[in-house]
Design a protein around this ligand. Structure first.
Ligand code: C2E
Ligand code: MG
Ligand code: MG
Ligand code: MG
Length: 286
């Protein structure tokens, strides 16, 4: 809450607000340095086919290797990045790095689909489809191996440009999936409005699916909805074999979660999932 200074139009901020502003400015300055110093890394989390256990993809998840604070998770800095002038630089780096990685794996004989999280700013500035098109050409990766993850905060902007960008991205051959499906306000209406290729069922519905009947009903309905709309479906946040089995019984084809593997550096991902006999059992047993 800001008060008007009696002497003029200056605003005097409550200490808590000033502290929050200072914290944000410090973080923004640090993040600008981090971009320059290349302190970001992409970790990869396996996505598996629940019936065969085969690893079919990897979601790229950003980490900040801070010089003193260690590995910082995206929740601690992506919200600030996304509302700062740095968002474009970071988003560009994420996309380029993930596409290069997918190409590298493809060249090594692993047709692993790589999921990339998009941020709202990527739909506001510049031409995302043209950028993706250029990246596909430069890296040489097959468009079918790139899966762009969008959340409801992107869809709710409701600019005609978003729909047009979606159409152009799909024309390039990359796929678009609805991330954190079911957590927003109008998930179903977006399914009607936007051309999507798949859904990612949010972890909040998966976590207690074994014990909560309402979660099981929501997940089951989402799976049958996706089948009728001809969408792929993946459940996030699978932490044990019983949950994986239950989801498979509900008809869910793909899964992602700590049970199969936490997000990890690319080298670890290769060692664990892309070595000679990459099987489900390996993923589950680790
Ligand atoms: P998301 O896209 O929904 O990613 C899934 C998150 O769930 C990841 O958190 C992952 O580590 C976590 N997760 C996966 N399986 C399990 C599980 O079995 N149990 C539990 N407890 N958690 C699980 P992470 O890496 O901290 O990322 C958080 C969010 O940050 C992401 O949610 C995404 O919205 C955002 N994010 C991450 N990387 C990027 C990026 O490169 N660009 C943008 N714009 N956003 C990103
Ligand atoms: Mg995601
Ligand atoms: Mg998600
Ligand atoms: Mg999520």
């Amino acid at each position: 809450r800001a008060k008007t200074d009696r002497r003029g139009s200056h605003m005097i901020f409550e200490p808590a607000i000033r502290q929050e502003l200072e914290r944000r400015l410090t973080l923004e300055a640090e993040l600008a340095l981090a971009v320059e110093r290349r302190e970001f890394e992409l970790f990869y989390q396996p996505q598996v086919d629940l019936s065969s256990g085969r690893v079919i993809g990897a979601e790229a998840l950003i980490r900040w290797r801070h010089p003193t604070r260690g590995l910082v998770p995206p929740g601690d800095f992506i919200p600030v990045v996304n509302t700062s002038p740095l968002s474009e630089a970071v988003a560009t780096w994420v996309m380029a790095t993930a596409c290069r990685q997918a190409r590298e794996w493809q060249l090594a004989g692993h047709e692993i689909r790589v999921g990339i999280n998009l941020s709202p700013s990527q739909f506001q500035s510049g031409d995302l489809a043209a950028f993706v098109s250029k990246l596909l050409t430069v890296t040489g990766v097959s468009p079918g191996l790139i899966e762009l993850e969008v959340t409801e905060d992107i869809l709710l902007h409701d600019e005609p440009g978003v729909l047009q960008t979606f159409n152009r991205l799909q024309a390039l051959g990359v796929s678009l999936v609805f991330d954190d499906f079911g957590t927003g306000y109008a998930s179903l209406s977006y399914l009607k409005k936007f051309p999507l290729d798949g859904l990612k069922i949010d972890r909040s519905f998966v976590r207690d699916v074994l014990t909560q009947a309402d979660d099981a009903a929501i997940v089951g309905s989402t799976v049958s909805l996706s089948r009728q709309l001809n969408l792929s479906v993946i459940a996030e946040g699978i932490e044990n074999q019983a949950t994986a089995d239950f989801l498979l019984a509900l008809g869910c084809e793909h899964g992602q979660g700590y049970h199969f593997g936490k997000p990890m550096p690319a080298a670890d991902f290769e060692r664990r999932f892309l070595s000679a006999d990459n099987t489900a059992r390996q993923a589950g047993a680790a």
